[in-house]
Design a protein around this ligand. Structure first.
Ligand code: ZN
Ligand code: ZN
Ligand code: FE
Length: 749
């Protein structure tokens, strides 16, 4: 009996063929296995009961990294085969097999790394079929060595032996390498000249001595320094021009992590998972982490080593190391050697580099853990480009351009959506290039020829401009907050009409004004805007985002009128500018109307005297949340008038209490509780109008876990089901998925 199996899913580059070989030879069957453009093709031949046993084993035990979507089985004529072989991959015109994300070093490789008798002892590029680089080194498919950045390294005899030995852990491991034949480390100075000594030891010594070292990692360059040294971290911030954004820290292992942050069982699983994201965890008081690492933040972005290079480096330094993207503020992470030397030369004292090129730039992923599940902030390395399964299947292939900030794009067809790695803010030439190159790369490696392009309604987004300039495809504009909620629905595998609470900084409304605190009723196809935050002017437009005191001015003006504003620091600090900004707002000069939740938080933080100015978007809101006392049950009133949530009432209450001297933790809690209560009432209103009982939470404001917890509790108590994100971020990083869903639902055929 001879059976043919067609296996689809993430089945290439994950040790599938060796596993099949093992099963087939164990059962003494003839036949072959090969990778092709559709996935894995297997034929086995032998006595029917042994063939059946093989089929059962194939279903039951795929290799750990494989994601099997389907196995089709057909009987084919016997050919009399008695031996089993792994055949060469077939190249071809239709290439469809997903490329796996990069995988953290496995335990077996880690053991070899630490074993002085092993030939890969201390070798920074050790990997096997169960671990190592994938997406970041892949230039085409099928996933085979010539289509990776390992193409230039000829295997030595021993590596070749392992690669060809079906019994070996490295059987057909495409990035296989050893000290004899693989990539090598070098340590160079700013001028590119090689520094003396063992590169890794010397780099560790520099870091220990308080210097800054650029380290070429998996998806790009990082900047590394001693996380316990205030001088080193402050110097890194100064040189990088990154004033206050929190920096991430890498620690050697789980025990070291426990010394600096509180790691519960659920967080531990995520932290130590093969995806190895940065996990935002509560910082331990007294932890030996320099204050400048994450100023004003009770959380610390923490990650474990995910390549042998990082394991070795952390071991050699023996302390937590700041590991932040190698870039100047607001530019994408550098990933090409020449660019890195040029752009980081003014920041790094030395460069720890190697000769394995990075094909795809890929930032570290960032997650929080909420109720035992991942809650993504940035979905990138270790996750992208794993496809998200979506329902219903798309009628036509789609590319979605995403938003402007925290951009991701998405190519999709059938039941699969390939949301890209984090592209970043589309304001530099580098990120725009990453966006354009990335879309072409994804179209090629996932064989998607889009018939439809989905984009935001904001005419000034560069992603929108790119989309509308395309020829020969249908274009569908998708309202920003509709995309947010559609993204949350797809994230949860849901398709029905729900209530959507879309809260963020800003998004282009279909009336041309700026929206950002929207109570919608929607499914993927259409939406109704039921309620929203009462709009206020944004005096100075973008300047109002950088200077939260301007939002305080317009909200206090709305709450009290010109005369009655209480005596507050923020008014005094603004001086004459206060009146000028109010004039601008009242006359509507350079003051577009906005109903953004982010600006309401900015106003509250400024009224409390917490932030007069910010150095990155969302900073005031993030700090305000951290100051709130989660046990305080104070609730400020926030009425709903008609279809408008009156945010100025909330700010008025905050101002009164600040003027009376109530403590910041209580005031911040009263604000969060008041807004949450108003949102719950708004959902009840929509339930009455439309009979909907499920609420989806999406938009960047939902990175505020206190608000989320309050809203979930309030909705839960009133019988609502609440959907939150688990697979893509609530922020604009999830927009491209939502755009795909909306375009798919609206597409005519
Ligand atoms: Zn391994
Ligand atoms: Zn070798
Ligand atoms: Fe948004």
């Amino acid at each position: 009996m001879r059976l043919r199996f067609r296996v689809r899913g993430i089945v290439q580059g994950v040790g599938f063929r060796p596993a099949v070989y093992g099963l087939a030879t164990e059962a003494r069957l003839g036949g072959f296995v090969l990778n092709d453009a559709d996935g894995v093709l297997i034929e086995v031949e032998g006595p029917p009961e042994r063939v059946a046993g093989f089929a059962a084993a194939l279903e039951a035990g795929p290799p750990p990294l494989a994601v099997v979507e389907s196995i089709e089985t057909v009987e084919v004529p016997s050919e009399g085969a008695t031996t089993f072989e792994i055949r060469k991959s077939k190249g071809g015109a239709t290439l469809r097999s997903p490329i796996s994300p990069d995988v953290a070093t496995c335990d077996a490789c880690l053991a070899e790394l630490s074993d002085p008798s092993d030939r890969r002892f201390g070798y920074a590029f050790t990997n096997c079929t169960n671990c190592g680089p994938r997406f970041t080194i892949t230039s085409g498919i099928p996933y085979d060595r010539p289509n990776t950045t390992m193409a230039g390294f000829a295997m030595c005899l021993r590596c070749r032996g392992e690669y060809e030995d079906p019994a070996d852990r490295r059987f057909h491991a495409q990035p296989i390498a050893c000290p004899e034949c693989g990539p090598a480390l070098r340590l160079v100075g700013r001028d590119g000249a090689e520094l003396e000594g063992d590169p890794l030891t010397a780099a560790a010594a520099l870091i220990s001595a308080g210097r800054i070292v650029a380290v070429k990692g998996l998806g790009g360059y990082h900047l590394a320094c001693d996380a316990s040294s205030e001088a080193a971290v402050a110097e890194l911030r100064r040189r990088k021009g990154r004033e206050e954004k929190p920096l991430a820290v890498m620690v050697e292992d789980v025990d070291r992590a426990q010394e600096v942050v509180v790691v519960d069982a659920d967080s531990l699983e995520v932290l130590a998972s093969r995806r190895r994201p940065i996990v935002l965890l509560p910082r331990r008081s007294g932890a030996r982490i320099a204050p400048s690492v994450a100023p004003g933040n009770r959380f610390l972005g923490t990650m474990l080593p995910y390549t042998p290079l990082h394991h070795l480096l952390l071991r050699a330094v023996g302390r937590p190391v700041v590991l932040t993207s190698g870039n100047l503020s607001d530019e994408p992470i550098a990933y090409r050697d020449a660019d890195a030397l040029a752009s980081l030369g003014g920041i790094a004292d030395a460069f720890l580099i190697h000769d394995r090129p990075i094909h795809a730039r890929c930032d570290d992923s960032v997650v929080r853990v909420v109720d035992g599940r991942e809650y993504p902030i940035r979905r990138s390395r270790g996750y992208a480009p794993e496809p998200l399964l979506i329902e219903p299947a798309l009628p036509r292939p789609i590319v979605a351009a995403g938003a402007e900030l925290k951009n991701t794009f998405c190519v999709a067809k059938g039941n699969r959506a390939f949301v890209s790695h984090h592209i970043g803010d589309l304001e530099t030439w580098e990120s725009m290039t990453a966006f354009l190159d990335g879309i072409e790369h994804f179209k090629k490696i996932f064989d998607v020829a889009p018939a439809l392009v989905a984009h935001d309604l904001h005419p000034e987004y560069l992603s929108t401009k790119w989309a509308v300039a395309l020829d020969g495809v249908e274009k569908i504009g998708v309202q920003h907050h509709h995309a947010h909620i559609a993204s949350c629905l797809a994230d949860n595998g849901r398709t029905e009409r729900v209530i959507g609470l879309a809260l963020d900084g800003t998004g282009f409304g279909d009336d041309g004004s700026l929206w950002g605190c929207e109570v919608l009723a929607c499914d993927a196809r259409s939406y109704t805007r039921h309620l929203h935050l009462q709009p206020v002017p944004l005096p100075g437009g973008a300047a109002a985002v950088r200077e939260p005191w301007r939002m305080a001015a317009v909200y206090l003006d709305a709450a009290f009128g010109a005369a009655g504003i209480p005596d507050l620091d923020v008014v005094r600090d603004a001086g004459d500018a206060w009146e000028a900004v109010l004039q601008m707002a009242r006359r509507g000069l350079n003051a577009p109307l906005s109903s953004g939740a982010g600006r309401l938080f900015d106003a509250a933080a400024a009224v409390c005297g917490l932030r007069f100015r910010v150095s990155y978007e969302g900073q005031a809101a993030a700090e305000f949340e951290q100051h709130a006392d989660p046990r305080a049950d104070l609730v400020y009133p926030c009425p709903i008038e008609g279809d408008e949530i009156v945010g100025s009432a909330l700010i008025g209450a905050v101002a009164d209490d600040v003027a009376r001297g109530r403590s910041l933790p209580e005031v911040a809690a009263g604000f969060h509780n008041g807004l949450a209560a108003a949102l719950v009432v708004a959902c009840e209103e929509v339930r009455e109008r439309e009979g909907l009982k499920t609420v989806a939470l999406s938009g960047g404001t939902w990175q505020n876990l206190l608000l989320m917890e309050r809203v979930r509790a309030g909705l839960g108590a009133r019988g609502f089901e609440v959907l939150v994100h688990h697979r893509v971020p609530a922020n604009d990083g999830g927009i491209s998925l939502g755009q795909v869903m909306v375009a798919g639902a609206r597409s005519k055929n």
